[in-house]
Design a binder for this molecule. Structure first.
Ligand code: AMP
Ligand code: GLY
Length: 425
């Protein structure tokens, strides 16, 4: 098969490596890709993921057998629909289904209607009504822009003043653009957060091994929210009891709810769960693989990813047994200092060859590119996802941190406590 991956981050590099392992994949393409992905796939850096016409034309020109759309923006925008309309076999939810991530108001209403456990909430499209509602609401409270906002559209407010300022920021000043035309005001809940990825074929759902992200920029969960500074898998917080609860009330219920709404979901559903004292609650849905969750999950999957993808598209996922290695993985993101605010890029990355021919170590590229001299340079906030597998989380963590020293670039920044939560369990 010839396969085209749409996207260009660490998640896409991990997907590409999994596909490369498949005996069924003859050639990989990626738009726009990055310098790491370019080592195993033909990349076209000039095509952006939102340039739908160009992506469709490229897929046709290369006569690919399958397109895998990985990021949220093109999924929510309907790239899958456009590719399918052009007769191209595509993995990922169509626009009608991707609304599960594209509108938080939609997903909250869905959960309410189908009794899927989530935090209590109200939706607003009138800022005055939102402000009036806050007057009697308990603090802290959580404000969420309805649409996609690069993972930044969530404000946790401790006081009424902060919350009022937040409504203004989201709905009036349009800090997150049109994502703030509507908003969700939600009860503040507490507990460890876990990420659960799943494959879905419209009717059936198969759960992957669990993972845990570290969203804040600095150690001890301080600093600003980021796209994710590191992950580990599995997470000991995801116990058999939690799994049983989620299987009973959340996973299949979500797939059935989407089908009942005429929005059959095919692709990956990412359940962002909070394990509260009252049981697991869905914090959010994503309609795609997580980044950097994918980096620690797919490297532990035993199945041929192409078999699973086919089963999702063909509606035969019930015939697949997902299998994961009985080990652990840790991913430490090496970022550009200053991320997620301002940072410099264009610095040469050295030492990448240290990862060659090492089975348990991966250096997933996120923000990297070739400069005009052919050197690999930094090209984003999150630069690399250094990942290692080990028999236990402790071992994987020690190996991942050791490997972060194998690569160098100016302004290299990382958290030093990825996977530390495991010491608490
Ligand atoms: P989301 O983009 O919905 O995952 O929200 C980003 C982060 O905000 C989550 O990972 C949580 O840490 C936090 N968060 C979201 N909703 C709530 C809530 N209802 N109560 C407490 N924290 C929340
Ligand atoms: N790591 C969280 C996400 O992909 O949204």
């Amino acid at each position: 098969m010839k396969v085209l991956i749409v996207g260009g981050g660490g998640r896409e590099h991990a997907i590409a490596i999994s596909m490369k392992k498949s005996k069924r994949v003859e050639k990989l393409y990626c738009v726009p890709g990055n310098a790491g992905i370019a080592q195993i796939a033909e990349c076209e850096p000039s095509i952006g993921v939102m340039e739908f016409d160009k992506v469709v034309a490229y897929a046709k020109e290369k006569e690919v057998d399958l397109v895998f759309v990985a990021p949220d923006d093109p999924l929510v925008g309907g790239l899958v629909d456009e590719l399918q309309a052009a007769g191209i076999r595509t993995f990922g939810p169509n626009k009608k289904a991707a609304i599960l991530e594209g509108s938080k108001a939609f997903s909250k209403d869905l959960m309410k209607k189908y009794n899927i456990p989530t935090a209590a909430y109200e939706n607003f499209d009138d800022p005055n009504k939102a402000l009036a509602y806050l007057e009697t609401a308990p603090m802290p409270i959580v404000l969420k822009a309805d649409g996609l906002a690069l993972g930044k559209g969530v404000l946790i407010c401790n006081t009424l003043e902060e919350a009022k300022a937040g409504v203004k920021e989201i709905m009036l000043d349009k800090h997150f653009g049109s994502a703030g035309n509507r908003m969700v005001i939600e009860e503040f809940i507490t507990g460890p957060e876990v990420s659960v990825l799943s494959f879905v074929d419209g009717k059936n759902i198969k759960i992957m091994t669990s993972a845990q992200d570290h969203k804040r920029a600095k150690d001890n969960d301080e600093g600003l929210n980021t796209g994710g500074m590191g992950t580990f898998s599995p997470t000991p917080f995801y116990t058999a009891e939690v799994d049983e609860f989620c299987k009973k009330y959340i996973y299949q219920a979500t797939v059935d709810a989407m089908a009942a709404e005429g929005r059959e979901f095919k692709g990956v559903i990412f359940f962002g769960l909070m394990l509260t004292p009252n049981g697991p609650r869905v914090l959010e849905y994503n309609a795609r693989f997580g980044d950097p969750e994918t980096q620690v999950v797919l490297c532990r999957m035993k199945n041929d990813i192409m078999d699973v993808i086919d089963a999702c598209i063909d509606g035969t996922l019930d015939q697949i047994d997902l299998e994961f290695e009985d080990n652990a993985a840790v991913c430490v993101v090496l970022a550009s200092d200053g991320y997620p605010e301002s940072y410099e890029k264009g610095f040469e990355i050295t030492g990448l060859e240290n990862f060659d021919d090492k089975d348990d170590y991966f250096c997933f590229h996120a923000g990297s590119k070739f400069d005009d001299k052919g050197r690999i340079v930094t090209n984003g906030g999150r630069v690399l996802g250094v990942t290692a597998k080990g028999a236990t989380l402790k071992e994987a963590r020690a190996k991942a941190y050791e490997a972060t020293e194998w690569v160098s670039f100016a302004n290299k920044y990382k958290r030093n406590d990825i996977g530390k939560a495991i010491d608490l369990v």
